[in-house]
Design a protein around this ligand. Sequence first.
Ligand code: XIL
Length: 374
Amino acid sequence: MKLKQTLLPLVIAGLVTACIGGKRTTPSEESSSLKAAFGNKFLIGAALNQRQVSGEDTAAIAIAKHHFNSIVAENCMKCEVIHPEENRYNLTPADSLVDFGEENGMAVIGHCLIWHSQLAPWFCVDSAGKNVSPEVLKQRMKEHISTIVGRYKGRIHGWDVVNEAIMEDGSYRKTKFYEILGKEYIPYAFQCAHEADPEAELYYNDYGMNVPGRRDSVAALVRSLKEKGIRIDAVGMQGHMGMDYPTVEDFEKSLLAFAATGAKVMITEWDMSALPTVSHTANISDTAAYWKALNPYPETLPDSVSRIWNARMKSFFDLFLKHADVITRVTAWGISDGDSWKNDFPMRGRREYPLLFDRNYQPKPFVRELLQTP
Ligand code: XIL
């Protein structure tokens, strides 16, 4: 109900954009966009980087405007960027992102408030480098969250409040937040965010959600937040996938486990590596042959691999459609392959092919199939 209400202004904005300014979108143009084809099922989002928000990457911006009705900041709202020093905020890039989303009638997602990674180095320690007291950390968290959430109050559709707090075995990640405050840092962060913008949706976001230990623990976390009367609207399943993980079945089990808590589900950072999975134990500096094995397509992706990749992406998208009653957003982690973080993760300098649009900004075959465009 709530979703339908929040989507309505976006749908109206889309119709207005299609009809005003002398430009009337033809039916075929309309059906060839992801948001026109699937916007009645869930929000269709993409993460944007700074070159895109600033308008430099015009090809990506054209895709963002045409296909997506939601955006999220790839980096500019992370603590190390937006709050690099205790008494200094760097809000200009985030301001531009929010302006861009608003100008284009998009649901803007805030990513992310509390995360151990890309955390400003000062945040959990004193000037001597020692952990601050629980009281000081709580005070810093409150100040950080209320400043950022408060600044964009009423303009951000929802926030990733806590990111990646649970390990595969279901235990809490031993971050500084956990070390100093224990598990209570999570409800506290949600509470601070809710106080700063009572209307904003609030999410818990994590990767590798198909793994049973993490699945159970995240579901338990959501239940415990709800029991405490703390607002949590959705679980964000990041959806960084590979050619051999996860299985559609395991992913679906987690999706259903999260939905069973009463929360909605979002696919928040969707991409799929087309390259061999890098084993954590591999010694990658061994030989040139080893590098070649891990970076096997330095020119283009062979058709044989592309076919498998596209079929896998399509089967996951079909799964999202199957569960459109609980999925409220599907967001790709970037626009085109050339800009994907996967080119440098988990190894630097590989040529990756993980996104919905290729390096020439053309839709991949499974996207064309979804849109029924040749
Ligand atoms: C990644 C960005 O895409 C990169 O540009 C950055 O260098 C590192 O972070 N999980 C998350 C995202 O929640 O914020 C990460 O984004 C990818 C993994």
